[in-house]
Design a protein around this ligand. Structure first.
Ligand SMILES: *Cc1c(COP(=O)(O)O)cnc(C)c1O
Length: 357
């Protein structure tokens, strides 16, 4: 009989901080495909590159892996409402899981800086949405303040339950590959996911499943790259809204992960992120949101600036679905709007237009 994926808590029950008293709130998250990307491997000169396609999660981003844990814990502890600050995907996820749990969700988003698809998700799932006059970092301060002083449960990645759930991404990579990759590449905003994969791989080592840690490579947008500059960025600026974060919540955790895995942080420019966003759609067949292309853009930059990736097996987490921020796909490399041509109903004319005649 076919086995249906039961969500990360049930699939990894023994490896997560849950027990038989935990009320499990799941939408079937996790179990996402690891897709071979030969065109990307060729481009960067690596042996094998795989994309961990996190846009296949129930709300279209990896946030669901952590949210199933955070909301399950909140409900188990009797919470009636959850709150988060968000650049968009955390709010979409929190709103969906709160809906599934039958509790209220409150989301704080930076004014005017949230992609339409993500806002639509939060609205659809009936979150109470407030646009805060400030950036993401201000929203997070406010969410922490409210959860410290009022009866709302914080579900941002400063909540360790989030990282705990997200570490399952690393477990799945091992299960698909039957070994650890040499390098694992991710886009980095708050660095929660970067830290979570590291935690997952470390637990795989401790359990004897893998022998070595992959190098953890984290890439930021260059207008929003505190890990590269070594100091918080006051007014982070990038088109990659999901990683537009100047003061990463998991800064210290991520530094340890980088050092212990002999990894690195790097920064890529917005045009290079958009170039890779297009490459992944056109040459690999995986449509991601621009932020999600940042890891692969960093990998290309590394190979262009002298890293020899020959013989390496590389996994790149692509974090979110392209439909969330679809406007970028409808622009060409010059930023001009792409519109389908209008044609008549005559087959011969259409054939000519398509170059078939
Ligand atoms: C949240 C998010 C990120 C950044 O993840 P962090 O854990 O904050 O580093 C990257 N891409 C997408 C699509 C996201 O939703």
């Amino acid at each position: 009989m076919a086995h249906q994926w039961r969500g990360v808590i049930r699939e990894y029950f023994d490896r997560l901080d849950v027990d038989s008293n935990t009320t499990i709130i799941t939408l079937g998250e996790g179990g996402t495909p690891l897709v071979a990307a030969p065109a990307l491997a060729k481009l960067v000169g690596a042996d094998e590159v795989y994309l961990k396609v996190e846009g296949m999660n129930p709300t279209g981003s990896f946030k669901d892996r952590g949210m199933t844990m955070a909301v399950s814990k909140a409900v188990t502890q009797g919470a009636k409402a959850v709150i988060c600050a968000s650049t968009g995907n955390t709010s979409a996820s929190a709103a969906a899981y709160a809906a599934a749990a039958g509790i209220q969700s409150v989301v704080l988003v930076p004014e005017g800086k949230i992609a339409l698809g993500k806002l639509a998700q939060a609205v659809a799932h009936k979150a109470q949405i407030l646009q805060v006059q400030g950036n993401f970092d201000d929203c997070l301060d406010l969410a922490r303040d409210l959860s410290d002083n009022y009866a709302v449960h914080l579900v941002n990645s400063v909540n360790p339950d989030r990282i705990e759930g997200q570490k399952t991404g690393a477990f799945e990579v091992f299960e698909f590959l039957d070994r650890a990759p040499d390098i694992h590449v991710l886009p980095v905003g708050n660095a929660g996911n970067y830290s979570a994969y590291f935690k997952g791989y470390k637990e795989d080592i401790q359990a004897g499943r893998i022998k070595h840690l992959p190098q953890m490579w984290g890439y930021q947008a260059d207008g929003s790259a505190p890990f590269v500059y070594g100091t918080p960025v006051k007014n982070p600026d990038t088109i990659a809204t999901a990683i537009r974060i100047g003061n990463p919540a998991s800064y210290d955790l991520a530094l340890v992960a980088c050092e212990e895995s002999q990894g690195r942080f790097g920064a890529v420019k917005d045009p290079d992120i958009l170039w890779m966003h297009r490459f992944l759609s056109q040459e690999v067949g995986v449509f991601v949101e621009p932020s999600s292309a940042t890891g692969a853009a960093g990998l290309l930059q590394a190979s262009r600036t002298g890293d020899n990736l020959a013989g390496k097996t590389i996994v790149v987490t692509v974090t979110g679905n392209g439909l969330k921020d679809a406007a970028w796909a409808l622009k060409d490399e010059n930023g001009d709007e792409i519109k389908p041509q209008v044609v008549s109903k005559q087959a011969d004319e259409v054939a000519e237009r398509l170059g078939l005649a």
